[in-house]
Design a protein around this ligand. Structure first.
Ligand code: AVI
Length: 341
């Protein structure tokens, strides 16, 4: 007799999950909350990823330039700390990979056996990145994954450690650059790092980009650039709802507002309604009322002290190998080793 129930495998469940309904559900619940909020993970549709590339090129958004300086000056030392055997380089939230190429160029020139495994949510960004790396570093094997960090992490945990015939087992270096960790609050950052730790073995490394606490004016300028690029990045979230969910946001009736919270140590970004308005979202079969000057929270960008970084490493099972910073000490790429047992 056949059983009256069926156990769905993780794979079957994954096949059922529909990212666009997840977006719809999060918009429905986020706009019904008080205060209203939407997750910054939804910034990164193809258009949002494109605008973010422009942000990274802005003088005011100092983070990218600082990290490029660190990887140029200290790339050799970072790679040397992982030994000289085969290396699997996992790049979480790779974007255009411009910074990672500073490491890949060195690896390609050294002849060290290497696989490059970028994970990114934007398919367009991934297509550009994998093509670029294959052209520039033909001796590096490239295997990209289009997914969010957490699914990417899960995928990583199920991968064999990519042994190459005749070589010793590769060590893994996970890159989590660009202050992406700053978009998670402290408890979520800890959980994320613990999940990362779970998929790694003793002696593997992670390199994490942290933006440091600094002059508040510098922070404010970085998230309120004079050309309005960050404003259009933030407002693209409303445009995305219009495009994908049949929203009727009049985008010019909202303004971007970004401020620094000295208690939490985070830049906080909002979209503020300029007047009282009702916005219909067809696919949600719902309308939402915004009062004049009502904020919609869209992003946290947490800033760190060196002591916060050390504590976070210890709490999530890593030991700090080295903290590499730029000449102004605005930004740190922190190299950690996995401790187990
Ligand atoms: C991707 N992330 C680290 C950026 C940040 O600084 O929080 C996103 C960003 N938001 C506004 N400007 C850039």
């Amino acid at each position: 007799m056949s059983s009256a129930y069926r156990v769905l495998t993780a794979l079957e469940l994954e096949g059922l999950s529909d990212p666009s309904s997840e977006f719809a559900f999060d918009v429905l619940t986020g706009l019904a909350e008080s205060p209203k909020r939407l997750s910054s993970r939804y910034f990164y549709d193809d258009r949002g990823s494109e605008i973010f590339q422009q942000i990274m090129g802005l003088e005011e958004y100092y983070l990218t330039g600082c990290e490029e300086e660190i990887l140029t000056e200290h790339g050799q030392a970072i790679l040397a700390a992982t030994g000289d055997g085969p290396l699997s380089l996992v790049d979480m939230g790779a974007g255009d990979g411009k910074k990672t190429l500073l490491l890949l160029d060195r690896l390609a020139a050294s002849g060290r056996s290497c696989r490059y495994l970028p994970i990114d949510i934007s398919e367009a960004a991934m297509a550009g990145l994998t093509g670029r790396v294959q052209d520039r570093c033909p001796n590096i094997a490239v295997e990209g994954v289009v997914s969010e960090y957490f699914s990417g992490l899960q995928w990583l945990g199920h991968q064999p450690r990519w042994p190459t015939a005749g070589t010793t087992e590769p060590t893994i270096l996970v890159l989590f650059l660009g202050s992406n960790i700053g978009n998670l609050d402290r408890p979520r950052a800890r959980t994320f790092l613990r999940r990362l730790w779970t998929g790694l073995a003793a002696g593997d490394h992670v390199l994490i980009g942290f933006d440091l606490k600094k002059d508040i004016e510098v922070l404010l300028d970085a998230y309120n650039d004079s050309g309005g690029v960050t404003a259009s990045f933030n407002l693209n979230l409303l445009r995305r709802i219009n495009r994908e969910l049949g929203g009727h946001f009049a985008v010019d009736r909202f303004r971007h507002f970004s401020t620094y919270n000295v208690f939490s140590g985070a830049m906080e970004s909002y979209l503020v309604s300029l007047d009282t308005q009702e916005v219909r979202i067809d696919r949600l079969q719902s309308s939402f009322t915004f009062r004049a000057w009502e904020p919609l929270h869209t992003e946290y960008s947490y800033k760190y002290l060196l002591a916060d970084i050390e504590r976070l490493a210890a709490e999530s099972g890593f030991e700090v190998v080295s903290q590499f910073h730029d000449r102004r000490a605005f930004f740190v790429d922190s190299l950690w080793r996995v401790k187990k047992g």
